[in-house]
Design a protein around this ligand. Structure first.
Ligand code: SF4
Ligand code: SF4
Length: 311
């Protein structure tokens, strides 16, 4: 009963600040643009509305399951500019890098990128300031990055890390591994998800990421604030593909805060529970989300809304 699970800021949709959602919206309004993005991004409200709203007002906004689908869209619409609004942690960054590689190799001249890829270790470092005793390391990210990225957490921050799979039995085993560490007075980095994760990770994917991207000095996480070097940008050598550079004059840089009643940031840091939010289930529900944690069925608030009576 005294084990509490906290939805960390592990979702690229949840943590996207409104000003960058506004970038996507504004890009979708530019002449001859087809804006392409992944999954739930299309539903998150920015200050002008969501991409879904933009689409219902006539903008050409599409969502794809793989960034590579942009190649087909660009070939079918040679007179349009296809802008890929790239989101995701280390799991999806290599897919964007692979698309960039193809765009360059195939000399495709109508695909551009708005890069919003974020990185896990910097967010975890920020979380060490919260009351969190141990981390379950994310499996899919770790397949790419390797478990070595968590090395400082047991040594420098005194938090055990167990890299866990997603299946219920994986999570249960990972929790028992963490409890065992506490009982045996150990504080270590362990891998439960050994069937896919090793210390080094996928070095080819890492090389591809490094080829095209470099860390941004600053990136604001929705509800949390600035986390230094926690996101990637295209290297200057690829500025001709960078929609943030090309449309610089149209894209606002001003930070936009969330609805003042929304406490997503505190929820993502484990300081509050969705039910602590004054508008949970009333003004904010899955059919009319005020904050990002209510958008996806996996979001902390949406999960509490759906399963709250079981918790
Ligand atoms: S219930 Fe809605 S407004 Fe409240 S914290 Fe969750 S997403 Fe934000
Ligand atoms: S919680 Fe976050 S998990 Fe995850 S889908 Fe958001 S919206 Fe994404």
């Amino acid at each position: 009963k005294n084990i509490h699970f906290i939805h960390g800021p592990g979702c690229p949709v949840c943590i996207m600040p409104k000003e960058r959602i506004d970038h996507a919206y504004i890009l979708s309004q530019q002449q001859d643009v087809i804006l392409v993005t992944l999954g739930d991004m299309i539903k998150v409200p920015g200050s002008h509305g969501s991409l879904q709203d933009a689409r219902s007002q006539g903008a050409d906004v599409r969502f794809v399951y793989s960034p590579m689908d942009c190649l087909k869209i660009a070939t079918e619409h040679p007179n349009k500019k296809v802008i890929f609004f790239a989101i995701g942690f280390e799991t999806t960054t290599p897919m964007t890098a692979a698309l960039i590689e193809q765009v360059i190799k195939q000399k495709i001249d109508n695909i551009y990128f708005h890069i919003n890829h974020v990185t896990v270790p910097e967010a975890m470092t920020m979380l060490t300031q919260s009351k969190i005793d141990a981390f379950l390391g994310p499996s899919h990210v770790s397949v790419i990055s390797g478990s070595h990225i968590y090395a400082p957490f047991p040594t420098q921050y005194h938090r055990p890390v167990v890299v866990s799979g997603f299946e219920p039995v994986d999570v249960m085993e990972s929790i028992s591994m963490i409890l065992k560490q506490f009982l045996e007075n150990r504080c270590e980095l362990e891998i439960q998800y050994k069937r896919a994760v090793n210390p080094e990770g996928n070095q080819r994917a890492q090389a591809l990421i490094n080829k095209y991207f470099e860390p941004r000095e600053h990136f604001r996480w929705r509800g949390i604030g600035d986390i230094a070097k926690s996101a990637l940008r295209l290297r200057d050598a690829f500025a001709s593909l960078d929609a943030e550079v090309i449309y610089r004059d149209s894209l606002p840089t001003k930070e936009i805060d969330d609805h003042k009643l929304c406490i997503c940031g505190e929820i993502l840091k484990g300081e509050k529970n969705p039910k602590d939010c004054k508008v949970f289930g009333t003004a904010c529900k899955p059919s009319s989300p005020l904050g990002s944690c209510m958008v996806s069925s996996e979001g902390a608030c949406a999960a509490y809304y759906k399963y709250g009576n079981l918790l």
